[in-house]
Design a protein around this ligand. Structure first.
Ligand SMILES: [Zn+2]
Length: 442
């Protein structure tokens, strides 16, 4: 192609001296465009020690995948000089300004892939960009690690600590969130008290102060309480609504399972006239809010409420606890919330339902922290939302059995970490784009 075309692509690619486009080859049949880029200078500064005007020792051919050019897959090729330095005696390869050392993608291509992975499953991104998904995982790992190193945690005061399983039923990880900034701060395998120690160390490494954490919102595990007491010594602990109500739901399920298994005659007497479908509806109706009941569930729950069954009492207890939490949020008074919770506890203790008696004992043992959680508006909605987002991160990492945990964590950071040092999207206004590529110049 003509000289002007090469000059045009030199600036379109954001190249600056000593790099220029020497040749452009367009293959319409293969849907491919290849750019040969060169650095002709025979003398260069030594990349290792900076000594000026050193001789080029040799040139090694390299290629990089770049952003598509219209419908054509674009590639950059260059013979990269190695400088033989008389000052330091080393032979060092020049870094190219458009790519990271050792990467076969240009920086802009990597930036695009990263931006896409924030919204799409990695496999889908890989397919859209026509690369292998393994190539993307490695880059996500790299950029997330680098961006996390620079993450500032000096203003973190309120944290939410939670456990989640990356694969169903096993491989637990602990996640810690900044509840003010609503971002994922930290994640590590396991759910023992040492995970909190690991968080405190990571916080410190990012400019934060474990003693400055004023408030920790968590589930009712003894391990987290032990960890928070030891490593976040000034944090007031609160137990969030989401987890407490979940415990009540589990107690309710336990009562129902037990009763339907061991007292079939009574259950038959009360609900025998229902169809199998209606009986199944009871299961789901009990777990849902009445406002979300289907017609079948409304009908089935009508019969449950009239039945003289432990299951019905368990459901009423769970609903009453939800109510106590909802009231606390609307009136927002510690004493009133405490009084209502105490009333519920005394009902649960007298319920003759073992799982609820146990739950009442647990809540009583952590009374102040439970009440604090009832009135805490910061954590509740966020903890529920984050749970859903973690599931999405898991799905995005699906199919990578060996490294699935690690990948899910990296994806979670990428999507929920609000990392401020990730590469910017290449599709931002033109001035910012050229700033983007020159920013990485060596
Ligand atoms: Zn040198």
């Amino acid at each position: 192609m003509g000289v002007q075309i090469e000059a045009l692509f030199t600036s379109a690619l954001g190249l600056q001296a000593p790099w220029v486009v020497r040749d452009v080859r367009l293959d319409t049949a293969k849907h491919r465009i290849d750019f040969d880029v060169e650095c002709k200078q025979a003398l260069l500064s030594c990349p290792a020690c900076g000594a000026a005007s050193q001789k080029v020792h040799d040139r090694l051919p390299r290629s990089w995948r770049h952003l598509d050019f219209f419908q054509y897959e674009a590639w950059l090729h260059a013979e990269v000089p190695r400088v033989g330095c008389a000052a330091c005696g080393k032979t060092t390869q020049l870094s190219v300004p458009w790519a990271r050392e050792g990467s076969g993608f240009t920086l802009l291509f990597e930036a695009l892939a990263l931006v896409m992975c924030q919204d799409l499953p990695v496999r889908q991104t890989a397919r859209a960009l026509r690369v292998r998904d393994k190539q993307l995982w490695r880059r996500i790992e790299h950029y997330v690690t680098e961006a996390r190193k620079k993450q500032d945690m000096s203003k973190v005061r309120i944290v939410g600590i939670d456990e989640t399983s990356l694969r169903r039923g096993h491989d637990y990880v602990t996640v810690v969130h900044d509840l003010d900034a609503k971002r994922l701060l930290f994640s590590t395998p396991g759910r023992d008290h040492q995970t909190i120690q690991a968080f405190a160390q990571d916080l410190h490494a990012h400019g934060g102060e474990p003693t400055a954490i004023a408030h920790a919102c968590m589930d009712m595990s003894a391990a987290y309480l032990k960890g928070a007491t030891a490593y976040l010594p000034n944090a007031l602990v609160s137990y969030d609504r989401f987890h407490v109500v979940k415990l009540a739901g589990e107690a309710m399920d336990e009562v129902r399972t037990e009763e339907w298994k061991t007292e079939q005659a009574r259950v038959e007497e009360a609900l025998g006239h229902l169809t199998p479908k209606q009986r199944r509806s009871i299961l789901w109706g009990m777990r849902r809010n009445p406002s979300g009941w289907s017609n079948t569930q409304t009908e089935a729950m009508h019969w449950l409420q009239r039945a003289n069954l432990k299951t019905a009492r368990a459901w009423r207890l769970k609903m009453a606890l939800r109510e106590v939490f909802a009231n606390a949020r609307s009136h927002n008074q510690t004493e009133l919330a405490g009084a209502e919770l105490r009333a519920w506890l005394s009902w649960a203790r007298r319920s003759r339902l073992e799982p609820f008696k146990r739950l009442a004992a647990t809540l009583k043992a952590h009374f102040e922290s439970v009440v604090r959680g009832m009135l805490d508006h910061r954590s509740n909605a966020f903890v529920e939302a984050i749970n859903g987002l973690m599931q999405q991160a898991k799905r995005a990492a699906r199919g990578f059995r060996t490294a699935a945990n690690f990948i899910a964590i990296a994806i979670a950071y990428l999507r929920l970490g609000k990392l401020t040092h990730l590469p910017a999207s290449p599709f931002v206004p033109a001035t910012a784009l050229s700033a983007g590529i020159t920013r990485h110049r060596v």
